[in-house]
Design a protein around this ligand. Structure first.
Ligand SMILES: *Cc1c(COP(=O)(O)O)cnc(C)c1O
Length: 367
């Protein structure tokens, strides 16, 4: 019998890099630089360099990053922002927190990313912008979104929570749109030992405004110029993220090696794969496939001691939290079909070659 294969196993990274992580944490403790501070600031500079933008604003998680990004772009009550129906729900929360309304658009039947051909029909006089998501590590059609946005005077924001290091037409995600949001939740391609996030941008005024908002609305301590939030990045997380950022290129290469093996070697008419357009470079945050008899497939893998899961079983427009917006089944048919059929295969940088072999073999033997 072969050993249990987890969908993702973070313990292997800590085991491999324990000394570096512990040293980084020790320095923060000795300097007592716990909330914001020099280690959080140092990570911001390193991350901005990595993405290729002047500014990165570290925050306490990816959901706060989305909220701050919407506030910086001036989104508020009554406004509308177009977001994909196929995403993690937090994409839409960032819009809702400002009092604005997320307007859901379907994904394409092959890339499973935002269908930019559907954007125009979703635009109203209240639309402020488009918040695209590079879901599963695969960049959405940024050029398509930009073209529609420019024609209507809208912003394009990127949700990069699953796509650290991915590229669209040779440019890093996070440097394409007006503003971009990252999450460092454990399990994301770059992760904190707890929670973390960042907003990247080229516009200095956005950066300044978000820095004030995350810091209780003040530029000068105890002088509060507007209602703010406590959304600062912790020093310990900044230090851990600086260690991770150095490892990110090698993690990404390994994810791509595994992902490409799955694409090349899994051949089963019962399994449909995501399309990866030529002008993009995916970083395989999640390897999602579609299987008609999804639950039977997950059980079949579980019986063979391989853990799979689902991203995501309910599309945003059909979540109870958004029932008041009045969407119906059939409004986003591609996202709905995916929600019923999606399976996420095991994929993480520390996965061993024999484990990859086993997943491929099982996929090919499924009848
Ligand atoms: C993880 C994730 C978020 C939220 O990030 P948190 O750090 O968990 O708050 C937002 N959008 C997408 C697409 C995500 O995958």
């Amino acid at each position: 019998m072969s050993a249990h294969i987890k969908r993702i196993d973070l313990t292997r990274d800590y085991a491999a890099h324990q000394a570096e992580y512990r040293e980084a944490i020790e320095r923060v403790c000795q300097d007592a630089a716990f909330s914001g501070g020099k280690y959080a600031d140092a990570f911001d500079r390193e991350f901005a360099d990595y993405v290729g933008v002047p500014y990165a604003c570290g925050v306490n998680n990816g959901t706060s990053a989305l909220h701050l990004a919407m506030l910086a772009l001036g989104v508020g009550p009554g406004d509308e922002v177009i977001v994909p129906a196929n995403t993690y729900i937090a994409t839409a929360w960032g819009v809702s927190y400002t009092g604005a309304i997320p307007v859901f658009a379907d994904c394409t039947p092959d890339t499973w990313e935002l269908d930019t051909d559907l954007l125009e029909a979703r635009i109203t006089s209240r639309t402020k912008g488009i918040l695209g998501v590079h879901l599963y590590g695969q960049p959405f059609d940024y050029a398509g979104a930009r073209e529609v946005a420019d024609r209507h005077g809208l912003f394009v924001a990127e949700d990069c929570a699953q796509a650290h290091g991915a590229k669209f037409e040779g440019k890093n995600v996070g440097s394409l749109g007006d503003i971009a949001c990252f999450s460092f939740y454990p399990g994301k391609n770059l992760y904190a030992f707890g929670e973390g996030g960042s907003v990247t941008c080229k516009e200095e005024s956005y950066y300044r405004h978000m820095t004030r908002l995350k810091n209780q609305g003040c530029d000068v301590t105890y002088y509060h110029d507007e209602i703010g939030y406590n959304y600062r990045l912790e020093g310990l997380q900044g230090a851990v993220l600086s260690v991770g950022l150095k490892l990110l290129p090698q993690w990404t290469r390994r994810r791509q090696e595994i992902g490409r093996r799955y694409i090349r070697e899994i051949a089963n008419p019962l399994i449909q794969m995501q399309a990866h357009p030529q002008n993009t470079e995916t970083v395989f945050h999640l390897f999602v496939i579609q299987v008609e008899e999804r639950d039977r497939f997950i059980q079949y893998m579980a019986d063979a001691d391989v853990e799979c899961n689902r991203h995501y079983p309910v599309p945003c427009h059909l979540q109870k939290a958004y029932a008041h917006l009045g969407y119906r089944k059939g409004d986003c048919p591609n996202a709905e079909r995916l929600a019923k059929r999606c399976v996420t295969l095991p994929l993480f940088p520390e996965m061993r070659e024999d484990e990859v072999d086993r997943v491929i073999e099982l996929c090919n033997e499924f009848r």
